[in-house]
Design a protein around this ligand. Sequence first.
Ligand SMILES: Cc1cc2nc3c(=O)[nH]c(=O)nc-3n(C[C@H](O)[C@H](O)[C@H](O)COP(=O)(O)O)c2cc1C
Length: 198
Amino acid sequence: MTASPTSNRTPDHPIERFFLDRWAPRAFSDATITEAELLALFEAARWAASASNVQPWRFAYGLRGDDAFKAIADSLMSTNASWAPNASALVLVGAKITLVRGGAEVVNPTHAFDAGAAWANFAIQARISGWETHGMGGFDVAKARANLKISEDYALFAVVAVGKLGDKSKLPEALLVREVPSQREPLANRVGHGFFPA
Ligand SMILES: Cc1cc2nc3c(=O)[nH]c(=O)nc-3n(C[C@H](O)[C@H](O)[C@H](O)COP(=O)(O)O)c2cc1C
């Protein structure tokens, strides 16, 4: 039996193994994902919490081979462009920057926070449904905006690759050595009782 890729991860406090098993691979198989399978992942994102329940998150997706996929892939920066187009789907994640309050259009200060919560739900549901996800900030925002005709009313945060784990030996050498689940800072470096650790 082959060891789980995430068997190198151990929590400092007891948590569900599930959280350790989510990681961001770059080696994807040629699996296809159906629109129904992908929509189920967005359904999980839909139920994330958001300030005033405005649900500012927006997702634009493409399935490998279709025009939307090509439009998103075209915005990826060089290293990401070398592996992410093998994924089954690419998802552009953004959020509406403003909301209407008292009849006026004002900046929604938590639009990014809320979109992050929705992407986390998406990634968790993906794991539950047998899919892997890999978020990427390395994309050309202006190109994605132009390719998908998205106005400046929306902030763009990331492209997410969705797929099934593939053969990592096909990755370029520089990525092959990085194809291992990462570790984390000790909790005390990120969480303080009454303060933010430096
Ligand atoms: C918003 C965001 C942007 C990221 N950008 C990139 C990227 O451009 N390229 C890449 O290969 N990985 C990218 N990653 C993946 C992170 O490097 C990865 O999630 C992190 O190292 C933790 O590893 P894990 O997800 O495997 O646990 C990004 C992740 C997030 C959430």
